[in-house]
Design a protein. Structure first.
Length: 317
């Protein structure tokens, strides 16, 4: 057996050590590269999912908002009671989107209630409207200043739920329990639109709050009865029925008298200013999950008319 000189043995040992260090460094670098690649892949997948979600929400807006009136009307088939909102689900590119299409003019408008100066205040009205809700929201009023130059029947001091409620995340606003939406406060309360109440769809409780001092109980009962008999009734039908009732009651002068007709027209004016049988303001909630959490978007579109500017609002969570 031949022994290597000691200096050669030390050199071989050093070379082996260097090789081991290089292998260890290479393994560390490869591990870091693999981790970075995985992170990039996850981020890319998340970005792709987010992009798909945004496109899906935009697509839902284009599909559902233009036909909001028809969808809500169709929901009242087969004698179903009036509704302010319709819920649907649609799958786009393998992603499920839950949507809520709503008539904002069938809800109690916070700006209208404020403009009317209700004696017990806007906060009390909101509490009564939410008294029977499964998830009542904490009220915290934070009014703003209406936009200068804006044409609106009801000055818009409130334009978002954050100005009405404290700590109101979207899942609470929608009462969204693991994807199954139940009745919530926002089915009755809103802050967009002209402030005129669509009496073809609004709940009786909402009518009481919005039309106090405008319609008495007899007139409200007549309105609700007419709505049950004919879901597509108009305000002209309501006023015609009122005239029939007036004609059946004893009068000191003929109901066809010109002065009496003028008085009836004068009495109708505040009613026509407060109510409507059509809607020009609708909203769309769009909800989907991207694997990490549920994402929410709220679109509100108000059509313009001589007394109200056209406006749009967008909120995302």
């Amino acid at each position: 057996m031949t022994l290597l000189p000691s200096h050669r043995r030390r050199a071989c040992g050093m070379a082996l050590l260097v090789v081991l260090v290089v292998i260890a460094l290479a393994g560390t670098v490869l591990t870091m590269l693999a981790r970075q690649s995985c992170e990039r892949a996850v981020l890319a997948a998340q970005e792709a999912s987010a992009l798909q979600g945004r496109w899906g929400q935009t697509g839902c807006r284009a599909v559902y908002l233009p036909v909001a009136e028809r969808l809500i009307d169709e929901a009242r088939r087969d004698g179903a009671p009036p509704t302010t909102a319709v819920r649907r689900s649609i799958t786009l590119g393998g992603v499920r989107f839950d949507v809520v299409v709503a008539d904002e003019q069938a809800k109690a408008n916070a700006n209208r209630l404020l403009a009317r100066g209700k004696s017990d205040g806007l906060a009390q009205s909101l509490r009564r409207l939410m008294a029977d809700q499964r998830r009542p929201l904490a009220i915290r009023l934070r009014p703003g200043q209406p936009r200068p130059g804006l044409i609106s029947k009801a000055p818009q001091h409130y334009v978002s739920f954050d100005q009405l409620f404290d700590a109101a995340p979207p899942e609470v606003l929608l009462a969204d329990d693991r994807g199954a939406a139940v009745a919530s406060a926002i089915d009755r309360v809103g802050c967009w639109g002209s402030g005129q109440l669509n009496v073809r769809r609004a709940e009786r409780l909402v009518m009481h709050e919005m039309l106090e001092g405008v319609l008495n109980e007899r007139e409200l009962d007549l309105l609700l009865r007419l709505r049950e008999e004919s879901p597509q009734f108009t305000l002209d039908d309501f006023f015609a029925r009122l005239r029939e009732l007036d004609a059946a009651e004893p009068h000191e002068e003929s109901p066809t008298d010109k002065a009496a007709a003028a008085r009836r027209e004068e009495q109708q004016r505040p009613v026509r200013e407060a109510v409507t049988d059509t809607s020009r303001c609708h909203s769309l909630w769009t909800v989907y999950g991207d694997g990490a959490r549920r994402r929410y978007r709220l679109d509100v579109v108000q059509e313009g008319d001589p007394e109200n500017d056209a406006q749009e609002w967008l909120f995302t969570w």
